[in-house]
Design a binder for this molecule. Structure first.
Ligand code: 13P
Ligand code: SF4
Length: 306
């Protein structure tokens, strides 16, 4: 049996599911139950009946699954799968930030640890950040840890001041305005689709700015035939695969070959097989932290229309 068949067999035996983020190595899709962005995957984690969740993503995503489904075993295939942005804020720096701006609601990007979520009011992902902030009906919010997503939200809402922590995604910040200029010159017939973790200048120069899911939906529905994708390589790999499979006849080009999140690429099929077989790399959380972090995530998930 090949490794994919072995994984599928083990999954059945153990009543396990595999949740896979779109930035993962694409071959993992073949053994996955759900593939998508962080909002979609956290919803799946909250409602599954499986006994085991293998989270093919980064640590904060597996942690969010455990926060929402504490009775399940949540396994991360490779423990090196961190998120550089999530590591830019800890409880101490969050408390300092809050003390500098007292009595303002704190919105926490899901790309953060459970400990940080536990001290924030409501969570968001890049898919729903604008609606979450709008739903607070306030003229001022604190936004952690991503300064660029926070400023993009502010730009969208106009009448809300978004005070941001100074975190950022090193992968998305590798995309420079010069990349957009070069792409426009080399591919004048292409549309440029950009993730809001990118620099504000890059977003302003793009044709469309949206989360992973929004970019993928836009690319599928729009009638253009060529697209430059300004986000992580996994999105481009999946779009080109889907185009071929469904005869869209569309071409998707990564804005710059370096836009690869190395942390997202640690998980392999061998790792998935191993953790499922031995039930290792289990995510654990202190219950008091979990409950507080769950309140933060629940407030986001309860906003039904998001
Ligand atoms: P999404 O919320 O679009 O899945 O993004 C996750 C992420 O890590 C972006 O860098
Ligand atoms: Fe974190 Fe950026 Fe990688 Fe997303 S792409 S997991 S924000 S380092």
């Amino acid at each position: 049996m090949d490794i994919k068949e072995e994984i599928l067999k083990l999954k059945k035996e153990k009543n396990a599911i595999i949740l896979t983020h779109c930035y993962q190595n694409i071959e993992i899709d073949d053994v996955s139950d759900f593939v998508g962005d962080s909002l979609y995957l956290s919803r799946q984690a909250a409602k599954t009946n499986a006994d085991i969740i293998v989270f093919a993503g980064v640590y904060f995503m597996a942690q969010s699954a455990k926060i929402l489904s504490p009775e399940k075993k949540v396994l991360l295939p490779n423990m090196n799968s961190g998120c550089l942005m999530a590591d830019m804020i800890d409880v101490e720096s969050l408390r300092l930030f809050k003390s500098q701006h007292p009595n303002i609601p704190v919105v926490c990007y899901i790309n953060s640890t459970a400990e940080v979520k536990a001290e924030c009011d409501i969570c968001c992902t890049s898919s729903n950040a604008v609606e979450i902030v709008r739903g607070l009906n306030t003229d001022k919010v604190l936004f952690v840890p991503d300064t660029y997503l926070g400023k993009w939200v502010e730009n969208k809402l106009q009448n809300v001041e978004v005070i941001t922590f100074n975190g950022f995604c090193p992968t998305h910040l590798r995309i420079r305005p010069e990349d957009i200029i070069t792409a426009r010159k080399n591919h004048p017939d292409a549309l440029i689709l950009t993730h809001p973790e990118c620099h504000i200048e890059v977003c302003k120069m793009s044709d469309f700015v949206g989360s992973t899911k929004e970019i993928m939906e836009f690319a599928q529905k729009n009638n253009n035939k060529k697209f430059i994708i300004a986000t992580e390589k996994g999105v481009v790999d999946r779009l080109n695969r889907d185009s071929k499979l469904n005869n869209w006849n569309k071409e998707f080009i990564l804005i710059n070959p370096n836009i690869v999140c190395q942390n997202m690429k640690h998980n392999t099929l061998d790792d998935i097989y191993r953790v499922l077989d031995k039930e290792t790399n289990e995510i654990t959380l202190e219950e008091n932290i979990r409950i507080k972090a769950k309140n933060c995530l629940d407030r986001m998930l309860m906003q039904k229309k998001l």
